[in-house]
Structure formats: C-alpha cells, structure tokens
Design a protein around this ligand. Structure first.
Ligand code: ACO
Length: 402
C-alpha cells in the first residue's frame, strides 16, 4: 500500500536515519531475526536445528532456493559445485603478484572481483541460467581462492582441489595440505567448520549483505556485487570482529590476564577498544549463534586436546560483562564472533584468516539475497538521500584573492 518514500519525496521531506537503525531497505523472505528474544531462523528453520542436523551445502541450497533439498537435489547441487572447484591457471598466477604480507581478505575480494573477467559469458543478472551457473561457480571457487590467499601468505605452493572430498574437507586440505604429503582429514575439525559455516550463512540486512544488495541494485553482476560484500565484511566492526577478538584476548593475556582491569578500561574508554565480540545492532539478548559456538569451543578444544588460556579469559570476560551494569543497561551480549576465533585458532588458522572463514560461510546468504533483490519487481536502484549541512551559496573567488 503506502509508499512512504514516495510520499516524503512529494512533500520534499526526507528522514535522517544514520546507520539505518530504523529503516528497512527491502522486504525479504529469507532470514528471520527476533533480536529481543534471541531468535534466528533461515527460511523458517531454527538455527539450532540447522546447526545440529544440517550440512553447509544443504543450508546454502535452502537459503538460495527456499526449500530444503530432497536427496537427489542435494546430490545434483553438490556435484555441480564439485565440477567447478578449479580456478583458471591465469588466475592462479595472480597470487604470485600479490605481496606476501597482503591481508587474505584483500586477496579474496580481488579474486572474486576478477571472476567477472573470466566468465563474461554469464554476467547477465536477468538470465536465469547465467545466474545459476554464476551461483555454482562462486560457491565452488571461493574456497579455492581463499586457500590460495593463505598459501600465498606463507609462501607455500598451492594445491588443486580434490573433488573426492566434501566441501569443507576440500577447503581444509587446500589450506593445510602439502603437495608432498597425503593430508589426513580430522573429522572433528571438518564437522565443526561445516557447522560454523552454517551459523554464518545468512543474517538478513547486515552491512555486507546490504552492500551486496546496494551494488546489485544498479544491476551490477553477481561477482561484482559479492566482491563488494567481501570488502564490507573486512572491517573490524563487522566480519573483522573475529580477528579483533583474538587480538584483544592476546593483549589481555600478555598484560597478565587481568580481566577486571580490561573491562574497567573499556567502560571508561581508556582501553582504546570496545569489548570486541560483544554487542549487536539487532540482538538485545544472547546471540543464539554465540550460545552454540560457546559450547562447540569448549568441546572442540577438549577433543583436540588443545588447552588455551585465551578460552578461560574469554569466559571470565563474558561472566564479568554479563553481570556489569554498563553491559546490562546497554543490553550488550556476546555475538557470534566472541568464541569463533578460539576454534579457528585451535584448528591452526592464523588470525588473519578468520574473516576469510566468515566470508566463506556468508557466501550463500549474499547470493540468496542478491537473487531475491534482482527478482523482486519492487527493487529500485538504492539511492539514499542526505541532509545537506555545508555552506550556502557562495561567490567564486579568483585564486589571487584567496
Ligand atoms: N563494548 C563496549 N561498549 C559497547 C560495545 C562494546 N562491544 N558495543 C556497544 N557499546 C556501547 C556504545 O559505546 C554505546 O554506549 P553509549 O550509549 O554510552 O555511547 C552503546 O553501547 C550502543 O552502541 P552503538 O555503537 O550505538 O551500537 P550499534 O548498534 O551501532 O553497534 C556494534 C553495534 C557495531 C556491533 C557494536 O556493538 C560494536 O562495536 N561491537 C564490537 C564489535 C563487534 O563485535 N562486531 C561484530 C558484530 S556481529 C557481526 O558482524 C557478525
């Protein structure tokens, strides 16, 4: 019915909503969040059930196509992804050109952007078949590009994908395997990483997803839109938070582990940082994903026999923050990133790969949201208004008079 945007523009009025705190940019049938109750559902299915019972590719199918796949559909989807895991040889050479110390997120976004150069046969956003093949290519190639970005950073040779392995196993092997030695999959690691990808797979109109939609609203192709999403995820207030949490925990540990002193410094703003991994624009309650990750972190570290003093520090931080008025009043709870870094670290990922792992998990959400946007007849090019606060009209002064 009522188009408020049209109404306001007719009256010459605009709403100012910095950070889009209260402004919906679209309608969507993909992900439901009730931030006050701490509820998250993909296509109606509670995140707890999907995390426990589903696999990442099954969830990717669900997000993108709207329904859980039947067995034959899942097999077909998985096979088509396996068919496209290789990246072009020319693209493999890109990685030699990046500086060794490049951040893997910068390499990842460049890689995704470059896909537009190789697949010019399938860039039309309105051709269903082309969108389908681009979807499969992205899902298939992102782990390969991500693993290459890691190998580049440590100066190791890259490995070709092994399609006898599952999606996550293949990524683990390409990341940690060596061409000289057979790589042994650790089933605990593979299962947990798959589950973490499920937890990250979509989160409605967050910063990176909104970026994907905004870029896509200009009818830019899927690769161009998703590479913009990767860049939006790079920042420490969004996907970069998992890296920032580990940096923070390491700092507290190096300073002698005084958690109370750190919380005090956060509150009086002398710590120079927020309590990373805490707080969320939408959740004013425990992030349901954080609850799942917290339990997984404890189990995984135990199963992998990796005691980590940082886990104790994280748990103490949580306990102190949850009983402190500052955090209680502001409804600040741990978000998904508070414990994920500890698991990634136990698996052997360096801190700079953490946000890349987030990107791998979020990919199906970006794709599903882009497809929903492009197929929605109500979609218009995203073009926010502004409230101008600059100078009123001024007379131009010639250079010699300034
Ligand atoms: N530590 C300390 N104080 C905080 C924190 C925190 N982590 N988060 C918010 N606050 C405080 C703010 O200082 C502000 O207090 P004030 O009213 O006294 O000024 C109040 O809580 C509200 O904070 P806003 O910044 O207005 O909340 P917003 O919704 O804009 O920010 C965000 C949400 C960015 C996630 C914020 O909580 C934050 O910076 N958290 C740390 C970074 C982080 O973990 N990001 C990951 C987000 S989840 C994700 O991307 C998967």
């Amino acid at each position: 019915g009522l188009d408020i945007g049209k109404l306001l523009s007719k009256t010459g009025k605009v709403t100012l909503d910095t950070g889009f705190v209260n402004t919906a940019s679209c309608t969507s049938a993909i992900t439901y969040i009730d931030g006050d109750a701490g509820i998250l559902r993909y296509r109606g299915y509670p995140i707890e059930q999907l995390a426990e019972k589903s696999s990442f590719l099954e969830v990717a199918y669900l997000l993108i196509h709207g329904e859980l796949p039947a067995e034959a559909e899942l097999n077909e989807f998985t096979d088509s992804i396996k068919e496209h895991t290789l990246i072009r040889e020319e693209m493999r050479r890109f990685f030699d050109g990046f500086p060794r110390d490049a951040h893997p997120m910068a390499v990842l976004s460049s890689g995704v952007s470059a896909l537009s150069t190789f697949y010019q046969d399938a860039l039309d956003p309105f051709d269903q078949d082309q969108v389908e093949i681009s979807t499969v290519r992205l899902l298939a190639k992102l782990p390969t590009i991500a693993a290459h970005s890691y190998k580049n950073s440590i100066g190791h040779p890259t490995l070709y994908p092994d399609n006898s392995l599952s999606y996550v196993e293949n990524f683990l092997r390409m990341t940690f395997g060596l061409p000289t030695t057979p790589y042994e999959i650790d089933p605990v690691q593979a299962k947990v990483l798959d589950m973490l990808f499920v937890l990250h797979a979509d989160h409605e109109q967050n910063c990176s997803t909104s970026t994907v939609r905004l870029v896509g609203s200009s009818q830019a192709n899927l690769f161009a839109s998703v590479s913009a999403g990767v860049n939006a995820l790079f920042g420490p207030l969004h996907g970069g938070a998992n890296e920032a949490v580990l940096t923070m925990l390491n700092r507290i540990n190096a300073d002698g582990g005084d958690v109370n002193a750190f919380v005090r410094a956060v509150k009086d703003k002398s710590a120079g940082t927020r309590l990373m991994g805490f707080g969320h624009r939408v959740y004013r309650n425990y992030d349901p994903r954080a609850a799942i990750v917290k339990n997984a972190a404890r189990d995984v570290l135990e199963q992998m026999h990796r005691a980590d003093p940082l886990l104790d520090i994280a748990m103490q931080l949580e306990e102190i923050a949850l009983s402190d008025d500052y955090f209680v009043e502001r409804k600040l709870y741990p978000n998904v990133d508070f414990y994920t870094g500890l698991i990634y670290k136990a698996m052997g990922f360096p801190t700079r790969m953490f946000t890349v792992l987030f990107a791998l998990g979020r990919l199906p959400g970006w794709i599903a949201q882009w497809r929903e946007m492009i197929n929605d007849p109500a979609t218009k090019i995203g073009r926010p208004r502004q409230v101008y606060t600059g100078a009123t009209e001024r007379e131009y002064l010639p250079l010699e008079k300034r």
